[in-house]
Design a protein around this ligand. Sequence first.
Ligand SMILES: Cc1cc2nc3c(=O)[nH]c(=O)nc-3n(C[C@H](O)[C@H](O)[C@H](O)COP(=O)(O)O)c2cc1C
Length: 353
Amino acid sequence: MKSFYERVVFPFLQTKDIELGYDMAVMGLRYIGNFWPLWKLMIAFNRVTGDRPIELFGLKFPNLVGVAAGVDRGADCWRGLEALGFGHIEIGSITREKYPGNPRPRIFCYPQYQSVIHRVGCCNEGAAVVEQKLAKDIAERPKTVPLGINISKSRNIPVEGAIEDLVGTFRLLVDHADYFSINIGCTHLPHLKKIQEKSSLYPLLKALKTENQNRAKKLGCSTVPLLIKIAPELSFKEVDEILEVITSLEYNGIIAAGSANGRPSEMQNIKETGFLCGAKVHQSALSLVQYIYKKTEGKLPIIGVGGIFDESDASRMIDAGASLIQVHSCLYLKGPFQGKKLARALKWHHKDF
Ligand SMILES: Cc1cc2nc3c(=O)[nH]c(=O)nc-3n(C[C@H](O)[C@H](O)[C@H](O)COP(=O)(O)O)c2cc1C
């Protein structure tokens, strides 16, 4: 049965700019996050936990379903998202330099294809501002679920400056992250292909790892788990190269996958430019997860994301080898409580590392 959101709220938002609904949701979530008694009550009501947490790269996740990057792009509403029952939240992508993104409208929903096209363009306020917000939020109240921070190269920095740029972002944000996701599949960025190439990728990921180790040594604490997030349209040869790099550097996991560049034939007539997410990227994300799982003999933790709307999509992703899943488009098309519904339905699937 369709929810109130699907029957009433979403059709109304479709008549306007869908991002207005997004802005309103961020405001509402921020209010919930700031109003402690309501936040606490909602956590008690919405938090889904199995008989034990899922343990992955040294972190404990109360359930399998997380929020993908792009939902909270600037640490504006992650506290409110905690109250909706998600098992982890990945904020970002955050870049060292702020970027306003492309002009609106820039997010378009196609419920007939269960898909979203967007050209938000990695907009965010920059790592220094996000750091201040996180510091304030976390000082007020400890986190209740793992917080991932997704970082990307700043838009106007050339690939040659990527190491300094990303290490700078890492340094600014590391104290607040439970894990980092390095977005090497950020389809909004120029020279994307180059960053994913082995010759650029190895020194970049090595520099981040060294920074992480040096900090741990200096502070006498453990390193922060490092994951990478890849694009869905890589060839298996490209995936092999990436896997070679991350296994040799002992990265902690991989997130597959981000937004796609291409469109299926039935969506070719859509005029809006941008990147594709939702049901139409499910198959490619699933194939990637399956491939990575086989190739790494199940030894590398995988977070599966792409076109997960219901229990069967989520189960397929887990059967393909994902240890956790994330959702994004489904929050636009099915509403903010879909994550909790999924988490409840998947309560007994467990795959620890
Ligand atoms: C509006 C929008 C903005 C996004 N922004 C980011 C981003 O900044 N960084 C990132 O890694 N992924 C971003 N994504 C990709 C999602 O995190 C996710 O990988 C992708 O949407 C596939 O999942 P889905 O089919 O559940 O939407 C964005 C997706 C959408 C729809």
